[in-house]
Design a protein around this ligand. Structure first.
Ligand code: NAI
Ligand code: 15L
Length: 272
């Protein structure tokens, strides 16, 4: 198990706890909190001991989110629609949801949020461009737009109310990279955990935007603001190089080979 020399929080809230990353973080976050409150709209496995609390909650429900946040010291906001859908499908969970989280944080005096943002905030940059956390955003989808709005919400709540946030623009966090694009965007679960740990404990983060990527060879992201938090990735996608190189080569003009956001840039339109 990961250990930390820093004092654990009394209670951390993890939204999206039934999701792919939520299930991973449920176990890996234990060193950082006496109690973890796990929440999702979907079913979550029952609490394994008195250090876990399980709360079913729809992020689109303002009053439910208000109750959810009561008594927590910091929030890891991972819940929401996690791929491209119609704007209407994204609105409640991601756009209303992120407002409900920050407004509840304000009302309950929560001082720090870790926001699971996404590379799709900048997905229309080309793969031969190098950007950092302060480069102008270029969302590639309604999903990317919702994460961009979440970053603006974080910025506003810091400027107006002093609630600090680290927005982590996660690349592709899966057990291993699944294709050529993910050789650049891959984030191991170990490095994700380290980045969250640094985001929880680093002082004076204000609103900091970082990229969630491992120490991959062909990175498109200058991750200086993550380095400033003390993040030092331990993994690299290179260990999967032979497996990925054995995959058929996509056409040179395939969005997966051109844009940082890959296929998301070509999603939609919806509802015609
Ligand atoms: P996931 O789709 O597996 O998990 C998201 C969870 O949010 C699900 O369990 C879902 O039930 C829950 N959710 C959806 N609508 C909700 C609502 N209205 N109220 C409450 N909960 C709701 O996604 P994953 O991969 O675990 O990602 C977690 C977070 O990280 C997401 O916010 C995603 O956008 C972000 N992210 C993930 C990346 C990855 O590579 N896994 C890359 C970039 C961002
Ligand atoms: C994301 O934002 C998604 O949540 C995840 O499922 C992947 O599609 C990832 O981006 C990616 O770009 O690989």
């Amino acid at each position: 198990m990961t250990t930390t020399s820093q004092a654990p929080f009394n209670r951390l809230l993890l939204t999206g706890a039934a999701g792919g990353l939520g299930k991973v973080l449920r176990e890996r976050l234990r060193p950082y909190a006496k109690v973890i409150r796990l929440s999702d709209i979907a079913d979550i496995a029952p609490a394994i001991d008195d250090r876990e609390e399980v709360v079913t909650c729809d992020l689109a429900d303002k009053q439910a989110v208000h109750h959810l946040v009561e008594g927590v010291d910091a929030i890891l906001h991972f819940g929401g629609v996690s791929t491209e859908h119609s704007f209407e499908d994204i609105l409640g969970a991601n756009i209303c949801g992120v407002f409900h989280i920050y407004e509840a944080a304000r009302r309950h005096g929560v001082k720090r949020v870790i926001f699971a943002s996404s590379n799709h905030v900048i997905g229309f940059y080309k793969q031969d461009e190098v950007i950092d956390g302060r480069s102008p955003r270029r969302p590639d989808s309604y999903y990317g737009l919702s994460k961009s709005y979440g970053e603006d919400m974080a910025s506003f709540y810091f400027d107006r109310y002093g609630i600090e946030t680290v927005s982590i623009r996660i690349g592709s966090s899966f057990p291993e990279p699944l294709n050529r694009r993910m050789m650049s965007t891959w984030l191991s679960f170990g490095d994700l955990t380290q980045l969250i740990e640094r985001s929880l404990y680093a002082p004076n983060v204000g609103h900091t935007v970082v990229y969630g990527a491992s120490d991959n060879k062909n990175l498109w992201w200058d991750n200086r603001y993550a380095t400033a938090l003390g993040y030092a990735p331990q993994d690299t996608s290179e260990v999967f190089r032979a497996k990925i190189d054995a995959q058929p080569m996509p056409a040179a003009d395939d969005p997966a080979m051109v844009y940082q956001g890959g296929a998301f840039v070509a999603s939609g339109p919806f509802g015609d």
